[in-house]
Design a protein around this ligand. Structure first.
Ligand code: ADP
Ligand code: MN
Length: 179
């Protein structure tokens, strides 16, 4: 079915990518730079129990996708949201005007997750996810290609350039959707 876009004067942006690629940092900078409201889905899942329990071995929660979508629907309706999550295929396609997939060198993903004291099996899983470009493939399977934007996030310079580029998209969207 064709995606039916909601009328909105400010875009909804999804920042996705493997853990450690810089989503949360980028989303925070972007929210400030572009005047968007940030939604850190991982925090929302924990705070509002949008999961089906804790997965001990992987040190993660079993995501309840239906609960997450139900909880977020109202937030997304008005536009102007910057959503940060490490998976992207279960969100309704119509929610997003731009899907940014952050990518980083394997070594950077490893180092960043180690610094965060992730368990070795969780680091290995995420490094493999980045090597296999799982999130990028998921984005292309779930959204129209013109909506998907792959960006490198290896350095602070990369991050600043990415924020600038996405903020420019936001401004352009607002200019062309103003009444
Ligand atoms: P994610 O939300 O994707 O897991 P974070 O934004 O939490 O990633 O970033 C993880 C760590 O890596 C943070 O300490 C952050 O400062 C650092 N980091 C992320 N992206 C970059 C980058 N492009 N350049 C330098 N450091 C980065
Ligand atoms: Mn994060």
């Amino acid at each position: 079915a064709l995606p039916t876009s909601l009328p909105r004067s400010s875009p909804n942006i999804l920042i996705t990518g493997t853990p450690g690629t810089g989503k949360t940092t980028t989303a925070e900078m972007l929210a400030l730079a572009a005047g968007l409201q940030k939604v850190t889905v991982g925090d929302l899942v924990k705070e509002r129990s949008l999961h089906d329990g804790y997965h001990e071995e992987m040190d993660t929660y079993w995501l309840n996708e239906d609960k997450v979508v139900d909880e977020m629907e109202g937030m997304m309706a008005g536009g102007g949201m910057c959503v940060d999550f490490h998976t992207c295929g279960f969100f309704p396609e119509r929610w997003f005007d731009l899907v940014v997939v952050l990518r980083a060198d394997t070594k950077n993903v490893y180092d960043r997750l180690e610094a965060r004291r992730y368990r070795p099996n969780k680091i290995a899983e995420n490094v493999e996810c980045e090597i296999m470009q799982v999130v990028l493939d998921e984005a292309y399977e779930s959204y129209r290609p013109e909506v998907v934007l792959e960006l490198r996030s290896d350095s602070v310079d990369d991050m600043e350039a990415n924020v600038e580029r996405i903020a420019a998209f936001v401004e352009q969207f607002r200019a062309s959707h103003a009444n």
